[in-house]
Structure formats: C-alpha cells, structure tokens
Design a protein around this ligand. Structure first.
Ligand code: ADP
Ligand code: MG
Length: 326
C-alpha cells in the first residue's frame, strides 16, 4: 500500500462543515460570521508521550483529545483538524485501529479531518485543530482577578498514579490500574464545559502538565497570586473512591504529587468572580461535567498551598517540563 492509498483508505472522509477537505493542496475553512478561529497544535512522540505498545485506538483518540482540550480551554467549538503523521512502516492493523479511535472522537465532537501530511519516519503524530469562538469571547489566561474563585473540572491525578504503576514504582489493584490507564491513554477533553464557561470564567486553561505548573501560567498572565486548598485537591483523585482504597497505602505525599503535579489530566482549571458561583454551577450542570472549587485568587504574587486547618503545605511538586534541568 502506497502513501496515497493509505491516505485515501484511512484518512479521507466527506466533509460537511469545511468548504473543502482532504485531496487538494489546501483545505478550505469558512468560519461563521462574527466568529474567530481558535487554532492549536499538539505533537505526540513515541517514547516521550506514549509507550510503543499502547493500543492504536487509544492513541488515535488521545492525539485528537489533547488538541480538543486546548480548544475547550479557550471556550471554542471544534470545527476541523489536520493530521501530520510520521510512520515507521505501513501496518494496516495499526492504521485501522488508530484511524478508528481518532475518527470516533472526531465524529463525537463534530471536528472534521480536512488534511495533513504523511511521511516515513519514527512514529510521530502532530495534529492542528481549528475551532470557532464568538469574536472577543475566547477564555484567556490573563483575566483572573483578586477575590476570584479557582475551580477544576473532573478528577486529578489518576493518570499519573497509573503511570507510576506502569513504570513499576508502585503496585495498584487491577481495577484501579485499568481505570487510571484509561485516563492516561484516553483522556476526555472538556469541550462542552469550556463553551458553557464563556462569559462566566474570568480565565481558563487545560491541565496537561500538572495543576500547580499550569495554574501558575494563569497567575503569571494575570499578574496575581493564589491560595489552594490541598485537602480538597487531594480528594479529587478518583482512585480514592475505589472499594479497595488503594490510596490509603501510599499516604498524602504521593497523592499530592499525583493531584498537584501529575500531568495528563486534561481537565479545565479556571477562575470566576465569587458573584458568578451560580453561573459556574449552571455551566457544570449544562455540560454534565463536575467542577470543584479549590481555592481563590489573591493580589499577593505566588502560589500558596494550605491544608484543612489553613496551615501552609510545603510546595515541592514539580510539573512536567520537557527541558527541565533540575
Ligand atoms: P502535498 O504534496 O501538496 O503536500 P500530499 O501529497 O502530502 O500533498 O497530500 C495529499 C492530500 O492528502 C492533501 O490534501 C493532504 O492534506 C492530505 N493528507 C496527507 N496526509 C494526510 C493525513 N495523514 N491525514 C489527512 N489528510 C492527509
Ligand atoms: Mg504533503
């Protein structure tokens, strides 16, 4: 099977929202009047972002999910995406799995594959997504103000807990490992929540490298500080709800590491004025996505962690950084 057969077979679909899809030199997109295009790229590299033996369906899902998560963080509605793919060889079973996981999520989110590039090389997947957001209404990192509440969607830390187990650092009960592995390999982008938060959240981003590191991007862009309630964030790890209570055996340190600096959560962290608490609750309900209030924005710069008694918790949790030297 050659390059063009491969593209035709696995990556060519009729388009409905785009003006022109796969097959010409460019795809053509027509954002609706009054809308801005929101554009983001994310690359997944074997050995760096995923294990070589990950199920191809899950990898296809994740490659698009991490990109949709960026659109969600801006409050954008997905429109289309391109796929640049380097493949070591033509493996049809792998391609069938990869494209079915990818396109199932694309269909579920109404996001059309409109083009890309295919080349031979070490496995590398780069997707660029295009979304639509009403002009001037994108959720940015720069809008947090002192007194705002800080929220996070869903759960935190389960992907990292699974990664620790897959790397052999800890042992987890099988059902807990399976659930965490699903979070790691097949994350859920919070697309509906992001759109529901337009006009409600004062700032937002998606948590991909770990809550503390990602939140500090909001603090820096907004010129503010924050106080986080770690007794609340520590309860957001889904594994703590498992009947086998695996969390008890690890103690608070590992739980804080996973929830505060775990990475691969793909939840939304956002801020909103206290006066908008009812609107935040409505957005959560409308998008069927749980959200939890985890702290508040303060004028004094820096990120302070406190426990249930309001006592400071030492901050020694590093988020993921590809080029960190420490
Ligand atoms: P060009 O030589 O002009 O770069 P290509 O031969 O690479 O074009 O691609 C032919 C068509 O197939 C283009 O429309 C391109 O967008 C599309 N395409 C290539 N690879 C992919 C892919 N992995 N997924 C979707 N579309 C692809
Ligand atoms: Mg090309």
């Amino acid at each position: 099977m050659g390059e063009f057969d491969l593209i035709a077979r696995y990556f060519t679909r009729p388009v409905h929202r785009a003006a022109l899809g796969v097959g010409d030199d460019c795809a053509l997109l027509a954002p609706a009047p009054g809308m801005q295009l929101a554009v983001s790229s994310d690359m997944l590299v074997e050995g760096r972002h995923f294990f070589a033996d990950v199920a191809p369906e899950r990898l296809g899902h994740k490659a698009l999910a991490v990109n949709l998560s960026d659109l969600a963080a801006c409050g954008a509605r997905p429109l289309a995406f391109t796929l640049a793919l380097a493949l070591p060889r033509v493996d049809e079973a792998w391609l069938a799995g990869f494209s079915s996981g990818l396109l199932a999520l694309a269909d579920a989110q109404g996001c059309e594959l409109v083009g890309g590039d295919t080349t031979q090389g070490p496995l590398n997947i780069c997707i660029t997504v295009f979304g639509e957001v009403p002009a001037g209404q994108a959720l940015l990192r720069s809008g947090a103000r002192p007194g705002d509440d800080i929220y996070v969607s869903g759960t935190l830390g389960d992907a990292r807990l699974a990664l620790e187990a897959l790397q052999g650092h800890i042992t987890l009960p099988p059902e807990v490992l399976a659930a965490g592995r699903l979070r790691l390999e097949q994350p859920t982008p919070r697309v509906a929540l992001g759109q529901a938060l337009r006009g409600v959240a004062s700032s937002a981003l998606d948590v991909s490298d770990g809550l503390l590191g990602d939140l500090s991007h909001i603090l820096k862009a907004s010129g503010v500080g924050a106080c986080l309630d770690t007794h609340i964030t520590s309860n957001l790890i889904a594994a703590s709800d498992s009947p086998s209570r695996p969390i008890c055996q690890f103690g608070p340190e590992l739980i804080r590491q996973c929830t505060l600096a775990g990475g691969d959560d793909y939840e939304l962290a956002f801020t909103a004025p206290q006066a908008r608490r009812a609107a935040v609750a409505s957005a959560a309900l409308a998008s069927d996505t749980p959200v939890t209030r985890i702290g508040r924005i303060e004028a004094a710069p820096g990120l302070r962690l406190v426990d249930a008694q309001g006592q400071p918790v030492a901050r020694r949790y590093a988020s993921f950084d590809h080029f960190a030297t420490g």
